[in-house]
Design a protein around this ligand. Structure first.
Ligand code: GLC
Length: 459
């Protein structure tokens, strides 16, 4: 287990006392994290239970993926990946522990994210057609894996009914419908291509599969990106809603949809006024409260809200803010990563960002304080994720587990990995050995792998 250079708060003694005082609520100690973990596991159990699932907040959706890849998968697959601001189409060729991939990214404009479902699926089908034309495969009928990274109630590997939108999407007439059917309808409306959908899956499931293809100890797939979620290997007998036939492993992957944790108030004891503000201004108030404390869609704005408040209280920038600083969404999540990437004692990224925000008058004391505020927000996210991951590790009780992880926050934040490695260690039972492995392109390669495993076990 590699834990190099565990980052504590830089310059802690140089941070203004009032700022430290005002940020206290953003710091979660280990006892608090243990209490969060206890509540989290209780929610997981309720999600899995037949009698408790309906009311459960963390849904623990059964994915119908039972087998992890063996490494022997081969063939040519299409994959679709919808889940953030972009949509991707991929063509993937798998052969023994080797793969080749071509892909194309298409933007999903805001008016489509918030428009009608029919328009969204027409757009997806249009992008797929354009890609197939460019790749000269318009006449082929390839097996396809569809990574659709929103909460789905699965009835089988190829049926997924949208439970609710998350992460800024809000298209009409999709909730309550089978998104595979909506895709097939859109393709029918065009009539110029054919596909064979082998599986629909979540990005956390894709991440687990993609990591397991290379590493046979992988049992958890984790996303800390625009949203946050985890998928893990559960015993079929514990997944009380699983009604499929056992294909031999006795296991089934569970898409926890842990982003919803706290929607019943279970996290109110640690939520701050900034979390309340984020929620109030979102397209889904009252929903995905855990995700809103963690993920990339909200982290920059959380930091901005702290900066705004403390500036207005006269504790930063001599009490003089700027129009940009006081504008919602102007402090990007990547700024948090960039500011924390400045070497100790230096502030060049921080200075550049503050200038962009119209805060040229910031002093060195402000740089120190701003970095500390970013650290409080990102460490809290890393610690919340760690409490939940450690909960899953404790629940699974396996001695050696690799966690496959993907997402922009994990990838680009300079300390997220080390923070998690350290904190998971504090919160797991003794004797559990774990590792965090960056999962390269889980949504794409994972979709191809689920499709490939499904081809091996035709329904
Ligand atoms: C949101 C979605 C979930 C997805 C996660 C990461 O939480 O509801 O399905 O896995 O974001 O993309």
């Amino acid at each position: 287990m590699k834990i190099e250079n565990i980052p504590q708060y830089e310059d802690l003694n140089l941070v203004t006392t009032e700022i430290r005082e005002r940020c206290k609520d953003l710091i979660l100690d280990d006892d608090t994290l243990r209490e969060i973990q206890r509540r989290f596991l209780d929610n997981i159990k309720r999600g899995l239970g037949k009698d408790t699932h309906e009311e459960a907040i963390i849904k623990c959706f059964v994915t119908y993926v039972q087998n992890l890849p063996s490494g022997e998968e081969s063939g040519k697959f299409l994959a679709l990946d919808l889940g953030g601001t972009n949509f991707r189409v991929l063509l993937i060729e798998l052969s023994q522990n080797h793969f080749e991939m071509k892909s194309k990214i298409f933007a999903i404009p805001q008016h489509i994210m918030l428009g009608s479902g029919e328009r969204l699926f027409d757009h997806i089908a249009d992008c797929l057609y354009k890609f197939m034309k460019e790749e000269n495969i318009v006449d082929e009928v390839l097996p396809l894996g569809f990574t659709f990274s929103f909460p789905l109630i699965q009835k089988s590997l190829t049926t997924g009914i949208l439970k609710r939108w998350t992460k800024g999407f809000n298209c009409s007439n999709v909730v309550g419908h089978d998104v595979v059917q909506l895709l097939l309808d859109a393709i029918d409306r065009r009539g110029d291509i054919k596909i064979s959908v082998m599986a629909i899956l979540n990005d956390s499931t894709g991440t687990l599969m993609s990591c397991a293809w290379l590493n046979h100890n992988c049992r958890i797939g984790l996303i800390v990106g625009t949203g946050s979620n985890a998928c893990y290997v559960e015993k079929q007998k514990n997944a009380e809603l699983f009604d499929g036939e056992d294909l031999g492993s006795g296991n089934v992957l569970i898409n926890t949809e842990w982003g919803a944790f706290g929607d019943d108030g279970a996290l109110n004891f640690v939520r701050t006024c900034y979390d309340e503000e984020i929620d109030k201004n979102s397209v889904n108030p009252g929903k995905q409260l855990h995700e809103k404390m963690i993920s990339g869609m909200y982290m920059g704005e959380l930091a901005r809200l702290v900066l705004e408040k403390l500036t207005k209280e006269g504790l930063l920038f001599g009490g003089k803010g700027s129009d940009i600083l006081f504008t919602r969404g102007s402090f990007y999540t990547k700024y948090v990563s960039e500011i924390e990437s400045d070497r100790p004692g230096t502030y060049s990224n921080c200075i550049e960002i503050l200038e962009e925000l119209g805060l040229k008058h910031a002093t060195e004391q402000d740089y120190i304080n701003v970095r500390f505020i970013c650290e409080c927000v990102s460490r809290r996210a890393a610690h919340l994720v760690s409490a939940a991951v450690a909960g899953l590790l404790n629940k699974m009780g396996e001695k050696k587990v690799t966690i496959g992880i993907d997402g922009s926050v994990y990838r680009y934040h300079p300390h997220f990995h080390n923070l998690m490695m350290e904190k998971i260690g504090h919160l797991t039972e003794p004797g559990i050995v774990y590792d965090l492995m960056l999962s390269e392109d889980g949504s794409g390669r994972g979709a191809a792998l689920v499709a490939a495993v499904a081809c091996r076990h035709p329904r």
